[in-house]
Design a protein around this ligand. Structure first.
Ligand code: GRE
Ligand code: ZN
Length: 327
């Protein structure tokens, strides 16, 4: 399929690239590092070969969210957004950008988000899970009350918020003791990110800001498969809603406030499950380059056994509509 749009596509700056090294073996890291730093030549050639017209680029993980000195986080987000704006502006017909924001300080995050959207022309914001604030052993989630003004600004600016994975704190991982392979994309990224998404729903965030849009990668970080059961138990009128604040059934918010992408999860039956649970209009193609192989993503998607109307919606039109790419 030609003219696809992809929206979990990462880059790094010299300052942030080291955060990704632990996910790769020594032999392949140099190539992945080069890919992360390149938002031009080889990336554009690959996109051409894969039928990807537009990529919405975001900073690698966990970067800003893991800089527990708040001043460092604020500076890193600002510099990364400036660099990304410069790279995107060289090929404005091929690239768009997600903002990085220092949520260690909600007011600074609001300011940086405004700058990125209004001055730099970014089309959304991508955040790598919880923020560490003040000390390494701190995990602060965005359902907490101090983030309501930030969410109000996301809604007011009318831009999607991409909740991207990071690992949970290593200091609190009894369940994977002796099994380090459970960290990262194999499992814990999705547990961490899907749970965070459920916290947002359960806190009543989407009652307060019904026009918010949250995007989840990896075909929904386990939510499409389990949302009925979570909704069945935890919704306000469910079987045992322990302290839940949300007024309506969980599954309603999932269908009205969320989108999912195919990033890093190239599995047709999982995509079909998402298409049925959240609706085809809320599923979007993405690759997760360079953590995944762009060619594998595109080849899988182009040949997946779905209808051609659905392929065009997921591969291009849903993202164009959501990010207003034609305006
Ligand atoms: C990602 O950011 O999407 C990512 C990593 C590391 C490994 C796999 C992956 O940061 O998808
Ligand atoms: Zn990613």
């Amino acid at each position: 399929m030609h003219d696809k749009v992809a929206l979990e596509e990462h880059f790094a700056t010299e300052e942030t690239v080291g955060d990704s090294e632990i996910f790769f073996g020594k032999d392949i890291w140099p190539a992945r590092k080069k890919d992360l730093l390149d938002v031009a030549d080889s990336r554009l050639r690959r996109m051409d070969a894969c039928g990807i017209r537009t990529a919405i680029i975001s900073l690698n993980a966990p970067t800003v969210q893991a800089r527990y000195d708040t001043k460092d986080a604020i500076g890193m987000a600002h510099r990364a957004n400036d660099k990304l704006a410069e790279l995107v502006d060289r090929n404005p017909d091929r690239f768009r950008a997600f903002a990085a924001v220092p949520l260690q300080d909600p007011d600074a995050a609001i300011e940086e988000l405004r700058r990125a959207v209004q001055d730099l022309g970014f089309v959304g914001v991508l955040v790598n899970g919880f923020s560490q604030i003040g000390e390494e052993d701190n995990a602060t989630y965005y359902d907490l009350p101090q983030y309501r003004p930030f969410w109000a600004e996301v809604e007011r600016l009318d831009v999607p918020f991409y909740l991207h994975p990071r690992n949970p704190l290593a200091s609190r991982q009894q369940i994977i003791e002796g099994h380090p392979w459970l960290m990262g994309p194999a499992w814990q990224f999705s547990v961490e990110t899907g749970t965070h998404a459920l916290r947002l729903i359960g806190s009543g965030l989407f009652d307060a800001f019904p026009k918010l849009t949250v995007v989840l990668g990896h075909l929904g970080e386990f939510l499409p498969y389990n949302i009925w059961r979570t909704s069945h138990w935890a919704s306000a009128d469910g079987r045992n809603p322990l302290g839940v604040q949300a007024k309506r059934p969980f599954i309603d918010y999932f269908r009205e406030n969320f989108y999912v992408t195919t990033s890093g999860n190239f599995r047709t039956m999982a995509m079909r499950n998402s298409m049925e649970e959240i609706g085809t209009a809320r599923v979007m193609f993405s690759t997760d380059f360079p953590f995944e192989d762009m060619e594998e993503a595109a080849t899988w998607f182009d040949q997946a056994e779905i209808g051609e109307n659905d392929r065009e919606a997921i591969g291009r039109d849903n993202a164009r509509r959501l990010f207003k790419l034609d305006d």
